[in-house]
Design a binder for this molecule. Sequence first.
Ligand code: SF4
Ligand code: SF4
Length: 322
Amino acid sequence: MPVGPKRDRTLYGIGKKRGHLHRYTWVRWGVGIVFTIAVAALPLLDVLRFDMWAGRHVVLGEQVGLVQAAKAFVFPFLALNVGIIVASRFLGRWLCGFVCPVGNLNRLAEWIRWRFKSLRARVAAGSLLTLVNFVMAAITFSFWVDWRVFTEGSPRAVAFASIFLFGMTAAFTGLVVWVGMRFCRGFCPSGVYFALLGPDTRTGVEFAHPEACTECKACEAVCPVDLKPTEMATGEMRAGIGFYPDGMTNYANCLRCGDCVVACEATTARNEAPVPLRMGVLPVPDDDADGAAAPAGPAEPGRAGGGDAERPAARATSEAAP
Ligand code: SF4
Ligand code: SF4
């Protein structure tokens, strides 16, 4: 079960060896911060917010009724979901690996767990995590309740608002500390929905250079959803877990988090040979070379990554991927 001590130990070793944040982490946090600011701007700039306390719903700076505010929320939300469906169908679960705020907070909680050993450092880092969770809860709160409830509301309204705000902070913190990546692996409803949409995609992890593999298994040790990254295209499907049924493809289950590639880069850093694993656009399988849009998903046994091992062109495309 990689989610847990084994994953923690391996990530700790990799982080210590590298000594700085990996480029995937920078991308993840950059995307997360931009996404969070964009969502926070909606209620803070009065673009769209509800007020379930006093009914002062706002759309584009104007106070409106609940139905009008709901319409302003539902239609863009549906359009966004259509975009997500199309993107997930053809590209896979990049949202899970690089955008989802819950995933990012889970990773922050994991990092604190394996990075800090002394009680003092853990308390300081844990306080920072709680503060981040409070900010997330406050953004959600701003979307549904006017902050004036704390100055103008009745004692009962203030009590409800406080329970909402601090209860959410506690729930977020409990989720990321005690459940963490197990939530992503088995129980996130959005993850199941994304996985069902993208059983075969044109992007993901590729065992591009099997000849350079040292069989260290670090990639398996860190995979948060128990996949074998060297067998993405050829291996057995993961058994059902949590809300996930049996028999879903490896490409459907893969979060596109890149942890296996990070581990592989670290363990083969001193080797002359190319990094065995890569993540990005998958090569076109040989039998698809005429340009037909056949899926690149699970390939025939013996065809690692749906193509051959030496792919300078495919490697070049991978450098642009997150
Ligand atoms: S990118 Fe790698 S580590 Fe992440 S879920 Fe996919 S196979 Fe596992
Ligand atoms: S981490 Fe890289 S070198 Fe180690 S087993 Fe996985 S693919 Fe092979």
